[in-house]
Design a protein around this ligand. Structure first.
Ligand code: PEP
Ligand code: MN
Length: 360
Protein backbone atom coordinates (compact mmCIF):
# COMPACT_ATOMS: atom_id res chain seq x y z
CA UNK A 1 0.00 0.00 0.00
CA UNK A 2 1.41 3.39 -0.88
CA UNK A 3 1.53 6.12 1.65
CA UNK A 4 -1.50 8.34 1.12
CA UNK A 5 -1.39 11.92 2.38
CA UNK A 6 -5.16 12.19 2.07
CA UNK A 7 -5.52 9.77 4.97
CA UNK A 8 -4.47 12.52 7.35
CA UNK A 9 -6.94 15.07 6.08
CA UNK A 10 -9.77 14.36 8.49
CA UNK A 11 -7.42 14.75 11.43
CA UNK A 12 -5.68 17.86 10.08
CA UNK A 13 -9.09 19.39 9.34
CA UNK A 14 -9.93 19.23 13.04
CA UNK A 15 -7.12 21.76 13.59
CA UNK A 16 -6.36 20.52 17.07
CA UNK A 17 -3.63 21.99 19.24
CA UNK A 18 -3.44 18.71 21.17
CA UNK A 19 -3.56 15.01 20.29
CA UNK A 20 -6.98 13.69 19.28
CA UNK A 21 -8.95 12.40 22.27
CA UNK A 22 -11.72 9.83 22.01
CA UNK A 23 -13.43 9.06 25.32
CA UNK A 24 -16.58 7.50 26.66
CA UNK A 25 -17.71 4.22 28.14
CA UNK A 26 -16.65 0.79 26.94
CA UNK A 27 -20.38 0.04 26.51
CA UNK A 28 -23.53 2.07 26.27
CA UNK A 29 -25.60 0.64 29.15
CA UNK A 30 -28.63 2.89 29.54
CA UNK A 31 -29.66 6.20 28.02
CA UNK A 32 -29.10 7.92 31.38
CA UNK A 33 -25.58 6.50 31.71
CA UNK A 34 -24.62 7.55 28.17
CA UNK A 35 -25.95 11.07 28.64
CA UNK A 36 -24.45 11.51 32.09
CA UNK A 37 -20.96 10.64 30.86
CA UNK A 38 -21.36 12.69 27.68
CA UNK A 39 -22.38 15.78 29.65
CA UNK A 40 -19.40 15.34 31.97
CA UNK A 41 -17.08 15.18 28.96
CA UNK A 42 -18.74 17.96 27.02
CA UNK A 43 -16.57 20.93 27.98
CA UNK A 44 -13.25 19.11 27.93
CA UNK A 45 -10.66 18.49 25.21
CA UNK A 46 -12.49 15.30 24.17
CA UNK A 47 -13.07 15.31 20.41
CA UNK A 48 -15.22 12.22 19.96
CA UNK A 49 -17.56 10.53 22.42
CA UNK A 50 -17.28 6.75 22.20
CA UNK A 51 -19.69 4.03 23.34
CA UNK A 52 -19.76 0.41 22.22
CA UNK A 53 -23.27 -0.80 21.40
CA UNK A 54 -22.42 -4.11 19.73
CA UNK A 55 -19.89 -5.70 22.07
CA UNK A 56 -17.67 -8.57 20.97
CA UNK A 57 -17.22 -10.67 24.10
CA UNK A 58 -14.72 -13.44 24.52
CA UNK A 59 -17.35 -15.76 26.01
CA UNK A 60 -21.13 -15.78 25.56
CA UNK A 61 -23.23 -14.83 28.52
CA UNK A 62 -21.46 -11.55 29.20
CA UNK A 63 -23.17 -8.26 28.36
CA UNK A 64 -23.24 -8.13 24.56
CA UNK A 65 -24.33 -4.52 24.16
CA UNK A 66 -27.66 -2.77 23.83
CA UNK A 67 -27.63 -3.00 20.03
CA UNK A 68 -29.17 -0.52 17.63
CA UNK A 69 -31.22 1.08 20.41
CA UNK A 70 -27.96 2.75 21.45
CA UNK A 71 -27.75 4.62 18.14
CA UNK A 72 -30.67 6.79 19.24
CA UNK A 73 -28.84 7.58 22.49
CA UNK A 74 -25.76 8.62 20.51
CA UNK A 75 -27.95 10.95 18.44
CA UNK A 76 -29.22 12.46 21.66
CA UNK A 77 -25.61 12.98 22.74
CA UNK A 78 -24.95 14.86 19.48
CA UNK A 79 -28.03 16.99 20.01
CA UNK A 80 -27.62 17.74 23.71
CA UNK A 81 -23.84 18.21 23.87
CA UNK A 82 -22.73 19.03 20.33
CA UNK A 83 -20.09 16.31 20.61
CA UNK A 84 -19.19 14.06 17.74
CA UNK A 85 -19.90 10.39 18.45
CA UNK A 86 -18.37 7.07 17.44
CA UNK A 87 -18.99 3.36 17.86
CA UNK A 88 -17.62 -0.03 16.83
CA UNK A 89 -19.03 -1.80 13.77
CA UNK A 90 -18.45 -5.49 13.17
CA UNK A 91 -20.61 -6.42 10.17
CA UNK A 92 -22.47 -4.93 7.21
CA UNK A 93 -25.70 -4.41 9.18
CA UNK A 94 -23.88 -2.45 11.89
CA UNK A 95 -22.28 -0.24 9.22
CA UNK A 96 -25.60 0.41 7.50
CA UNK A 97 -27.36 1.28 10.77
CA UNK A 98 -24.49 3.45 12.04
CA UNK A 99 -24.33 5.43 8.79
CA UNK A 100 -28.12 5.83 8.74
CA UNK A 101 -27.99 7.23 12.27
CA UNK A 102 -25.20 9.65 11.41
CA UNK A 103 -22.55 8.28 13.70
CA UNK A 104 -19.58 10.62 13.06
CA UNK A 105 -16.75 8.10 13.13
CA UNK A 106 -16.68 4.30 13.08
CA UNK A 107 -14.06 1.94 14.37
CA UNK A 108 -13.39 -1.69 13.63
CA UNK A 109 -12.48 -3.86 16.61
CA UNK A 110 -9.47 -6.10 17.09
CA UNK A 111 -11.55 -9.26 16.75
CA UNK A 112 -12.78 -8.14 13.34
CA UNK A 113 -9.40 -7.08 11.95
CA UNK A 114 -8.20 -10.68 12.29
CA UNK A 115 -10.76 -11.87 9.74
CA UNK A 116 -10.30 -10.93 6.07
CA UNK A 117 -13.88 -12.10 5.35
CA UNK A 118 -15.35 -9.74 7.95
CA UNK A 119 -13.06 -6.92 6.85
CA UNK A 120 -14.18 -7.31 3.26
CA UNK A 121 -17.85 -7.36 4.31
CA UNK A 122 -17.36 -4.18 6.36
CA UNK A 123 -15.33 -2.55 3.57
CA UNK A 124 -18.09 -3.23 1.03
CA UNK A 125 -20.71 -1.76 3.35
CA UNK A 126 -18.59 1.35 3.95
CA UNK A 127 -18.01 1.98 0.25
CA UNK A 128 -17.30 5.65 -0.43
CA UNK A 129 -18.24 6.98 3.02
CA UNK A 130 -16.71 10.30 4.05
CA UNK A 131 -16.79 9.35 7.74
CA UNK A 132 -13.44 8.61 9.35
CA UNK A 133 -12.92 4.89 9.91
CA UNK A 134 -10.34 3.67 12.43
CA UNK A 135 -9.00 0.15 12.24
CA UNK A 136 -7.77 -1.45 15.46
CA UNK A 137 -4.81 -3.78 15.29
CA UNK A 138 -5.70 -7.48 15.14
CA UNK A 139 -5.53 -9.33 18.47
CA UNK A 140 -2.41 -11.18 17.31
CA UNK A 141 0.83 -9.26 16.62
CA UNK A 142 0.69 -9.47 12.83
CA UNK A 143 1.49 -6.22 11.03
CA UNK A 144 0.51 -7.58 7.59
CA UNK A 145 -2.94 -8.57 8.81
CA UNK A 146 -3.45 -5.06 10.21
CA UNK A 147 -2.25 -3.44 6.99
CA UNK A 148 -4.32 -5.88 4.92
CA UNK A 149 -7.44 -4.82 6.82
CA UNK A 150 -6.62 -1.14 6.27
CA UNK A 151 -6.05 -1.80 2.56
CA UNK A 152 -9.46 -3.43 2.22
CA UNK A 153 -11.15 -0.40 3.77
CA UNK A 154 -9.07 2.03 1.69
CA UNK A 155 -9.78 0.11 -1.51
CA UNK A 156 -13.50 0.58 -1.10
CA UNK A 157 -13.09 4.33 -1.37
CA UNK A 158 -12.85 5.25 2.32
CA UNK A 159 -10.27 8.06 2.36
CA UNK A 160 -10.54 9.19 5.95
CA UNK A 161 -8.68 6.41 7.65
CA UNK A 162 -6.81 5.94 10.91
CA UNK A 163 -5.41 3.10 12.98
CA UNK A 164 -5.77 2.25 16.65
CA UNK A 165 -3.03 0.45 18.55
CA UNK A 166 -4.76 -1.52 21.34
CA UNK A 167 -2.05 -4.07 22.11
CA UNK A 168 -1.85 -7.80 21.41
CA UNK A 169 -3.05 -10.78 23.33
CA UNK A 170 -0.50 -13.21 24.70
CA UNK A 171 -0.57 -16.42 26.68
CA UNK A 172 2.25 -15.11 28.87
CA UNK A 173 1.44 -13.56 32.24
CA UNK A 174 2.36 -9.90 31.94
CA UNK A 175 1.38 -6.68 33.67
CA UNK A 176 -0.64 -5.77 30.57
CA UNK A 177 -4.01 -7.06 29.44
CA UNK A 178 -2.72 -6.85 25.85
CA UNK A 179 1.03 -6.37 25.44
CA UNK A 180 1.91 -3.19 23.55
CA UNK A 181 4.74 -4.57 21.37
CA UNK A 182 5.74 -0.94 20.77
CA UNK A 183 8.22 -1.91 18.07
CA UNK A 184 5.25 -2.96 15.92
CA UNK A 185 3.60 0.43 16.31
CA UNK A 186 6.92 2.12 15.50
CA UNK A 187 7.24 -0.03 12.40
CA UNK A 188 3.67 0.89 11.45
CA UNK A 189 4.51 4.61 11.71
CA UNK A 190 7.75 4.26 9.80
CA UNK A 191 5.98 2.56 6.93
CA UNK A 192 2.84 4.70 6.94
CA UNK A 193 3.60 8.09 8.50
CA UNK A 194 0.45 9.55 6.91
CA UNK A 195 -2.02 7.21 8.57
CA UNK A 196 -3.00 8.78 11.90
CA UNK A 197 -2.21 6.39 14.72
CA UNK A 198 -4.24 6.48 17.92
CA UNK A 199 -3.27 4.65 21.10
CA UNK A 200 -5.82 2.79 23.25
CA UNK A 201 -4.19 2.53 26.69
CA UNK A 202 -7.41 1.14 28.19
CA UNK A 203 -7.29 -2.16 26.32
CA UNK A 204 -3.48 -2.34 26.48
CA UNK A 205 -3.36 -2.05 30.27
CA UNK A 206 -6.70 -3.42 31.42
CA UNK A 207 -6.02 -1.36 34.58
CA UNK A 208 -6.83 2.25 35.18
CA UNK A 209 -3.70 2.94 37.25
CA UNK A 210 -1.45 2.22 34.26
CA UNK A 211 -3.30 4.36 31.74
CA UNK A 212 -1.30 7.53 32.29
CA UNK A 213 2.09 5.89 31.75
CA UNK A 214 1.06 4.09 28.59
CA UNK A 215 -0.54 7.29 27.22
CA UNK A 216 2.66 9.24 27.88
CA UNK A 217 4.74 6.54 26.22
CA UNK A 218 2.46 6.71 23.17
CA UNK A 219 2.76 10.49 22.95
CA UNK A 220 6.55 10.23 23.28
CA UNK A 221 6.41 7.89 20.30
CA UNK A 222 4.52 10.52 18.29
CA UNK A 223 1.08 8.92 18.31
CA UNK A 224 -1.64 11.22 16.98
CA UNK A 225 -4.18 10.61 19.70
CA UNK A 226 -5.66 8.52 22.49
CA UNK A 227 -8.83 6.50 22.98
CA UNK A 228 -9.56 6.19 26.71
CA UNK A 229 -12.57 4.37 28.16
CA UNK A 230 -14.37 6.69 30.55
CA UNK A 231 -17.34 5.96 32.83
CA UNK A 232 -19.00 7.96 35.61
CA UNK A 233 -18.99 4.85 37.86
CA UNK A 234 -16.20 2.62 36.52
CA UNK A 235 -16.42 -0.05 39.21
CA UNK A 236 -20.01 -0.76 38.31
CA UNK A 237 -19.53 -0.67 34.53
CA UNK A 238 -21.16 -3.57 32.70
CA UNK A 239 -17.95 -4.31 30.78
CA UNK A 240 -14.23 -3.61 31.27
CA UNK A 241 -14.80 -2.16 34.77
CA UNK A 242 -11.16 -2.35 35.88
CA UNK A 243 -9.81 -0.23 33.04
CA UNK A 244 -12.26 2.67 32.90
CA UNK A 245 -11.54 6.07 34.44
CA UNK A 246 -13.96 8.76 35.58
CA UNK A 247 -14.36 11.91 33.48
CA UNK A 248 -12.49 13.93 36.11
CA UNK A 249 -9.58 11.47 36.11
CA UNK A 250 -9.51 11.71 32.34
CA UNK A 251 -9.28 15.49 32.52
CA UNK A 252 -6.44 15.16 35.03
CA UNK A 253 -4.62 12.68 32.77
CA UNK A 254 -4.95 15.04 29.81
CA UNK A 255 -3.66 17.91 31.91
CA UNK A 256 -0.63 15.95 33.16
CA UNK A 257 0.43 14.45 29.83
CA UNK A 258 3.43 16.13 28.27
CA UNK A 259 2.53 16.99 24.74
CA UNK A 260 5.16 17.92 22.26
CA UNK A 261 4.54 20.86 20.01
CA UNK A 262 6.19 20.34 16.66
CA UNK A 263 6.47 23.95 15.68
CA UNK A 264 10.08 25.11 15.41
CA UNK A 265 13.47 23.58 14.81
CA UNK A 266 14.18 23.26 18.53
CA UNK A 267 10.88 21.48 19.13
CA UNK A 268 11.59 19.21 16.19
CA UNK A 269 14.99 18.34 17.62
CA UNK A 270 13.55 17.62 21.08
CA UNK A 271 10.77 15.57 19.56
CA UNK A 272 13.17 13.51 17.43
CA UNK A 273 15.38 12.99 20.47
CA UNK A 274 12.46 11.90 22.65
CA UNK A 275 11.26 9.56 19.97
CA UNK A 276 14.66 7.88 19.72
CA UNK A 277 14.97 7.72 23.52
CA UNK A 278 11.56 6.12 23.77
CA UNK A 279 12.65 3.55 21.19
CA UNK A 280 15.77 2.86 23.25
CA UNK A 281 13.69 2.43 26.41
CA UNK A 282 11.49 -0.07 24.62
CA UNK A 283 14.48 -2.06 23.37
CA UNK A 284 16.23 -1.93 26.78
CA UNK A 285 13.14 -3.40 28.40
CA UNK A 286 13.07 -6.13 25.79
CA UNK A 287 16.76 -6.90 26.41
CA UNK A 288 16.14 -7.34 30.14
CA UNK A 289 13.06 -9.46 29.49
CA UNK A 290 15.01 -11.68 27.07
CA UNK A 291 17.94 -12.03 29.46
CA UNK A 292 15.47 -13.10 32.15
CA UNK A 293 14.14 -15.75 29.78
CA UNK A 294 17.68 -16.89 28.98
CA UNK A 295 18.41 -17.34 32.68
CA UNK A 296 15.20 -19.32 33.13
CA UNK A 297 16.46 -21.70 30.45
CA UNK A 298 19.80 -21.83 32.29
CA UNK A 299 17.93 -22.80 35.47
CA UNK A 300 16.28 -25.60 33.51
CA UNK A 301 19.65 -26.80 32.26
CA UNK A 302 20.99 -26.65 35.82
CA UNK A 303 18.18 -28.91 36.99
CA UNK A 304 18.80 -31.35 34.13
CA UNK A 305 22.56 -31.47 34.78
CA UNK A 306 21.89 -32.01 38.46
CA UNK A 307 19.69 -35.01 37.73
CA UNK A 308 22.46 -36.54 35.59
CA UNK A 309 25.37 -35.34 37.70
CA UNK A 310 26.97 -33.48 34.78
CA UNK A 311 29.50 -30.62 35.17
CA UNK A 312 28.20 -27.07 34.79
CA UNK A 313 30.99 -25.83 32.50
CA UNK A 314 30.95 -27.33 29.01
CA UNK A 315 33.65 -25.43 27.10
CA UNK A 316 32.95 -26.92 23.65
CA UNK A 317 29.36 -25.71 23.67
CA UNK A 318 30.43 -22.35 25.03
CA UNK A 319 33.07 -21.78 22.32
CA UNK A 320 30.48 -22.61 19.67
CA UNK A 321 28.09 -20.02 21.09
CA UNK A 322 30.80 -17.37 21.18
CA UNK A 323 31.86 -18.04 17.60
CA UNK A 324 28.27 -17.84 16.32
CA UNK A 325 27.50 -14.69 18.24
CA UNK A 326 30.63 -12.89 17.02
CA UNK A 327 29.57 -13.63 13.43
CA UNK A 328 25.95 -12.65 14.12
CA UNK A 329 27.13 -9.48 15.86
CA UNK A 330 29.26 -8.49 12.89
CA UNK A 331 26.16 -8.57 10.68
CA UNK A 332 24.44 -6.17 13.07
CA UNK A 333 27.34 -3.75 13.28
CA UNK A 334 28.61 -4.92 16.70
CA UNK A 335 32.34 -5.17 17.32
CA UNK A 336 33.91 -8.52 18.22
CA UNK A 337 35.29 -7.03 21.39
CA UNK A 338 31.85 -5.90 22.54
CA UNK A 339 30.18 -9.21 21.72
CA UNK A 340 32.84 -11.16 23.59
CA UNK A 341 32.62 -8.91 26.65
CA UNK A 342 28.83 -9.00 26.71
CA UNK A 343 28.61 -12.76 26.31
CA UNK A 344 31.23 -13.34 28.96
CA UNK A 345 29.01 -11.45 31.39
CA UNK A 346 25.91 -13.33 30.25
CA UNK A 347 27.74 -16.64 30.49
CA UNK A 348 28.90 -15.85 34.01
CA UNK A 349 25.33 -15.07 35.09
CA UNK A 350 24.16 -18.34 33.49
CA UNK A 351 26.79 -20.31 35.38
CA UNK A 352 25.78 -18.58 38.62
CA UNK A 353 22.17 -19.57 37.96
CA UNK A 354 23.05 -23.18 37.20
CA UNK A 355 25.31 -23.47 40.22
CA UNK A 356 22.63 -22.07 42.46
CA UNK A 357 20.25 -24.77 41.22
CA UNK A 358 22.83 -27.56 41.52
CA UNK A 359 24.10 -26.55 44.95
CA UNK A 360 20.92 -25.11 46.32
C1 PEP B 1 -13.60 -1.63 22.73
O1 PEP B 1 -13.04 -0.64 22.24
O2 PEP B 1 -14.43 -1.57 23.63
C2 PEP B 1 -13.19 -2.97 22.25
C3 PEP B 1 -13.99 -4.01 22.28
O3 PEP B 1 -11.91 -2.97 21.88
P1 PEP B 1 -10.98 -4.10 21.18
O4 PEP B 1 -11.57 -4.35 19.82
O5 PEP B 1 -9.68 -3.37 21.14
O6 PEP B 1 -10.96 -5.29 22.08
MN1 MN C 1 -13.77 -2.15 26.22
Amino acid sequence: MENKKEMRTWLDDLNLDHPLVIAGPCSAETEEQVLKIAHELKDTDVNYFRAGIWKPRTRPGNFEGVGSLGLKWLQTVQKETGMKVCTEVANATHVKLALEHDVDLLWIGARSTVSPFIMQEIADALEGTEKPVLIKNPVNPDLSLWLGGIERIYSSGVKNIGAIHRGFSTYQKTKYRNIPEWQLAIEFQNRFPDIPLINDPSHITGRRDMIFDVSQEALDLNFDGLMIETHHDPDNAWSDAAQQVTPSTLVQIMRDLKIKKETDAEAEYVSALNNLRAQIDVVDNQIIELLGKRMQAADGIGALKKSRNVAVLQSKRWNEILGNMVLEGEQHGLSEEFVLRMFKAIHQESINHQEKIING
